[in-house]
Design a protein around this ligand. Structure first.
Ligand code: BG6
Ligand code: MG
Length: 392
């Protein structure tokens, strides 16, 4: 039985912030394998008469390392084994027994693995991101990894994100990594979006905790382990919703939230009684205004956008049956007298302005979603538009 998808509602949210490893790309396993090789070799070399407990790909990785910046991960794991070594410096050689040295060694192993295995994506996540962007949501990649850009490039998906806040960006700005919320907050700031209108999508407990600490509107936990206790842990850290895969999530269309019985079915799929236009086309606007004109036998109004002025794009006009005037006009040097419909006062004058900007005009803004539907049976013309103002 097909399960009903959860919808990211555009009435409530404007942006979706995606973690990389384990959410968008299948590189969480690559990281986990690199960490295992590093720590197992290190623990074995360190020696202990009773042997050593190997790094556990599930428990140790998830609890101490997953989602955190590189050196934070080393620090947390070795502390769990009661090992105390100096922090060192980011320039430490990979064989130096410092936190940074170990982290640098892990990066060598990770890079080798990446070269060998390449980068695979979660197709369902890519589909969701494309759907979100099509429906006007902004998207960001927010990752602790300094390899983030390289991974995005290898998968050829850099273009799917409006901004990237990763390990490199975070270091250059002096931000604190997950589980602190700084990098998510930076992404929201760059997208010019309020945190409560942002959705965070994370597979790591540290990432979910960061989302919660940052006060984000919705946190979706992705449980790649398929284990019930991990779902429970993600919830406990602050996930509002836990899924096994993002095929369980769908991007809402703004039109969906218009619950008016008369218009919503047509806005959704159209019917033989509807004429649908998608996208704003200034060149075609005059023709559309004519084809979408609505009247009742007494008067008629062209289907111009509310607030539209008579200019090179729009020609708002309302006419009365029998409302003609005889007029003399000079055409090509000749005076021609004819009868014309008189333009009676335009009643489509609803307009608005964003503080500090001129009155709203379609041609001045970046449009994400534009849908104009004429229902000929009901005589209703609906226009839905989602746009970005000049402040962005
Ligand atoms: C996170 C991964 O995205 O990045 C962790 O979940 C990884 O497993 C961390 O350790 C740091 O990555 P990098 O590439 O900077 O060592
Ligand atoms: Mg992750």
């Amino acid at each position: 039985m097909a399960t009903r998808k959860q919808i990211i509602n555009p009435e409530l949210f404007d942006a979706v912030l995606f973690d990389l490893d384990g959410v968008v790309t299948r590189t969480a396993d690559t990281h986990a394998s690199a960490w295992k090789k590093l720590f197992d070799e290190y623990l074995e070399k360190k020696g202990d008469i009773d042997g050593y407990v190997p790094f556990d790909l599930l428990d140790d990785y998830i609890k101490y390392v997953d989602g955190k910046p590189r050196y934070k991960g080393v620090k947390a794991f070795i502390a769990s084994r009661s090992i105390d070594i100096p922090y060192g410096s980011v320039h430490d050689a990979p064989d130096k027994e410092t936190i940074c040295g170990l982290g640098n060694r892990k990066n060598q192993i990770f890079s080798d693995l990446l070269k060998k295995e390449g980068v695979k994506v979660y197709e369902s996540t890519i589909d969701l991101i494309k759907q979100l962007r099509k429906n006007g949501f902004k998207t960001a990649i927010v990752s602790s990894s300094k390899n983030c850009r390289q991974v995005l490039k290898a998968a050829d998906i850099e273009i799917l994100f409006d901004t990237r806040v990763d390990g490199v960006v975070s270091e250059s700005l002096g931000l604190t990594g997950k589980p602190e919320p700084d990098i998510f907050l930076e992404a929201a700031k760059r997208l010019d979006t309020d945190v409560n209108r942002c959705v965070v999508v994370e597979d790591a407990l540290s990432g979910v905790a960061a989302g919660k600490k940052g006060g984000f509107g919705m946190i979706i936990g992705v449980n790649r382990t398929n284990q019930a206790d991990q779902a429970q842990n993600l919830k406990q850290k602050g996930a509002h919703l836990v899924v096994n895969d993002l095929c369980e999530i769908k991007a809402g269309v703004l039109a969906k939230s218009f619950s008016h019985d008369l218009i919503s079915p047509d806005l959704e799929k159209g019917s033989s009684w509807t004429q649908i236009y998608t996208g704003f086309d200034p060149e075609d606007e005059g023709r559309r205004e004519t084809l979408c004109a609505l009247g009742n036998g007494y008067f008629v109004t062209r289907g111009a956008a509310p607030g539209a002025k008579d200019d090179d794009v729009h020609y708002p006009g309302t006419y009365l049956a029998g409302g003609y005037n005889r007029l003399k006009t000079k055409i090509a040097g000749r005076i021609v007298e004819n009868e014309d419909l008189v333009n009676i006062p335009n009643w489509l004058c609803l307009n608005f302005r964003i503080p500090g900007e001129a009155w709203f005009r379609l041609k001045d803004v970046k449009i994400f979603l534009y849908r104009q539907v004429l229902n000929i049976k009901k005589g209703v013309l609906t226009r839905i538009i989602k746009f970005r103002d000049k402040k962005k």
